[in-house]
Structure formats: structure tokens, C-alpha cells
Ligand binder design. Structure first.
Ligand SMILES: C[C@@]1(CC(=O)O)C2=NC(=C\c3[nH]c(c(CCC(=O)O)c3CC(=O)O)Cc3[nH]c(c(CC(=O)O)c3CCC(=O)O)/C=C3\N/C(=C\2)[C@@H](CCC(=O)O)[C@]3(C)CC(=O)O)/[C@H]1CCC(=O)O
Ligand SMILES: NC(=O)c1ccc[n+]([C@@H]2O[C@H](COP(=O)([O-])OP(=O)(O)OC[C@H]3O[C@@H](n4cnc5c(N)ncnc54)[C@H](O)[C@@H]3O)[C@@H](O)[C@H]2O)c1
Length: 188
């Protein structure tokens, strides 16, 4: 069964907590901030990699707390991503999140995740998120590379043109939809 429901989250509007400041913390933080550089994100860990400190220099909305995780850090959060090297801590954070009805991702531990991160292809305003239903993140990464290669840079121009046409179209919703479907037939 593949029941994952994809959504595109405006993480600038949310308050995200990352627990763990090692390689995994860095990877997940990079995934968040490469999509939304100004998203408010807090990272808590007793040890924080230098690369993460450098990221904090470039992203004023990234707050680093050099402490061990405590449940109080969940206060005011909307989304939590955990990736410490202590499985008991990861499990505790997950349980604390469930008790507070917070969505949680425990990196590399599908059974404890409410959501998975995806491989992300971005060409201007086009964004494609890839999931393999947890079967092979490596496949997701390779498929991202394939799509990045084949999607033309001119795509943004196409989107801009379609936006202009969309804004100029007169008529009711159905008429606009028919026109836009007609124009975009060439893309098939
Ligand atoms: C897409 C991406 C997004 C991101 O993390 O930003 C992502 N993993 C990425 C890379 C990657 N992760 C791992 C490898 C090593 C090779 C390998 O194992 O394949 C590589 C490859 C590499 O780094 O080259 C290790 C790994 N990952 C998971 C497990 C546990 C398990 O499967 O049971 C293990 C084994 C741990 C161990 O052995 O101990 C689980 C998950 N990883 C997911 C996402 C979710 C499912 C996504 C999907 O549906 O496909 C899920 C379920 C939960 C989650 O973490 O959200 C990102 C690629 C970004 C990009 O480059 O585009
Ligand atoms: N690095 C990878 O690519 C990778 C791949 C697969 C699995 N893993 C697993 O994921 C886990 C994390 O990997 P890593 O490479 O990031 O480890 P790491 O050793 O680089 O970092 C671990 C981080 O967890 C933090 N931490 C420990 N106890 C904590 C606590 N009580 N509260 C808050 N933070 C705490 C540490 O301070 C550190 O910042 C490991 O168990 C590893 O086996 C890692």
C-alpha cells in the first residue's frame, strides 16, 4: 500500500524544531532551509557541527540551542524533526510529540515518522517532490538527478507566460479552464 499523502508546506509560517546537531541534523536542516531560507527553525543539541553554525550565520531565523533535548523545547512548535545518535532520545521525542499532537519525523526511522522528507526537484516555480514510499531513498535521489537533467531551464518562462495568460483570461471558471487546457495541450 502506498498511502502517503503529499502536501507542500509553507514552513515559513510554522515553527520547526530539529533535535540533533550531527550529520543527520545538518542534512535535514539543509533540506528545510534550501527550500525556505527564512523559515523559523530551532535546533537543539549538546554538540553542534561547525557547518550548522555556519548555516546559522547565513540564516538569521535559525536559532541554535546547545543543550540536551528537553520536552519544554516542544512548546510553540508545529513540526519536529529528530536525528540524534541516541535511539532512546529519538523515541522519547517522538512520544512527547505524539502527546502534544505535533507532527514528527524521526530521521531514518520510518515506523516513528508522521511524515517523510522527499527528494526535491526545483526549476524556478516548479517543484517536484519524490517519494519511494520509504523503499529506496537512494532511488529517490537518483531520480531527482534525472529530472533535474531533463527539465529545461526555459520552464520558468513557460510558467510565467501561462500566469500572464491566466490573469488576462476573461469568462467564467469553466471557460478559463477550457482555454488553459487547450493552450497547454502542446506540453503533453
Ligand atoms: C529523500 C531523502 C530526503 C531527506 O532526507 O532530505 C530521504 N533520504 C535521503 C537520503 C538517504 N537516506 C539514507 C541513504 C543511504 C542509502 C539508503 O539507505 O538508501 C540516503 C542516500 C544518500 O544520502 O545518498 C538512509 C536511510 N533513510 C531512511 C532509512 C531507514 C529505512 O529505510 O528503514 C535509511 C537507512 C538508515 C540505516 O541504514 O541505518 C529513511 C528515510 N529517508 C527518507 C528520505 C524517507 C523516505 C523517502 C522515500 O520515500 O524515498 C525516510 C523513510 C524517512 C526520512 O528520513 O524522512 C534523502 C535524499 C535527498 C536527495 O538527495 O534528493
Ligand atoms: N549520518 C548518516 O548519514 C546516517 C545514515 C544512517 C543512519 N544514521 C544514524 O542516525 C543517527 C544520527 O547520525 P549522525 O551522523 O547525525 O550522528 P552524529 O554523532 O554526527 O550526531 C549526533 C547528534 O545527536 C546529538 N544528541 C545526542 N544526544 C542528544 C540529546 N539528548 N538531545 C539533543 N541532541 C542529542 C549530539 O549532540 C549530536 O549533535 C545515528 O544513530 C546514525 O547511526 C546516520
Amino acid at each position: 500500500m502506498n498511502t502517503l499523502f503529499p502536501i507542500f508546506v509553507k514552513i515559513e509560517n510554522l515553527n520547526t524544531l530539529v533535535v540533533g546537531g550531527g550529520y543527520v541534523g545538518l542534512e535535514k536542516l539543509t533540506a528545510l532551509l534550501s527550500n525556505a531560507p527564512d523559515a523559523p527553525v530551532t535546533l537543539v543539541a549538546p554538540e553542534i557541527r561547525d557547518e550548522i553554525r555556519e548555516l546559522a550565520q547565513q540564516h538569521p531565523n535559525l536559532t541554535l540551542i546547545q543543550e540536551r533535548y528537553q520536552a519544554e523545547y516542544l512548546q510553540g512548535r508545529d513540526l519536529v524533526i529528530v536525528g540524534t545518535n541516541d535511539k532512546a532520545v529519538n523515541r522519547q521525542v517522538q512520544q512527547d510529540c505524539k502527546a502534544r499532537q505535533l507532527l514528527v519525523n524521526v530521521a531514518d526511522t520510518p515506523d516513528l515518522c508522521d511524515f517523510y522528507l522527499s527528494s526535491v526537484v526545483k526549476k524556478g516555480d516548479l517543484k517536484v517532490a519524490i517519494s519511494t514510499n520509504g523503499k529506496s531513498p537512494t532511488f529517490a535521489k537518483r531520480f531527482r538527478e534525472v529530472l533535474e537533467e531533463i527539465l529545461p531551464d526555459s520552464l520558468q518562462e513557460t510558467l510565467d507566460n501561462l500566469t500572464a495568460i491566466r490573469n488576462q483570461l476573461k469568462g467564467d471558471f469553466v471557460q478559463k479552464m477550457e482555454k488553459l487546457n487547450e493552450i497547454t495541450k502542446v506540453l503533453r
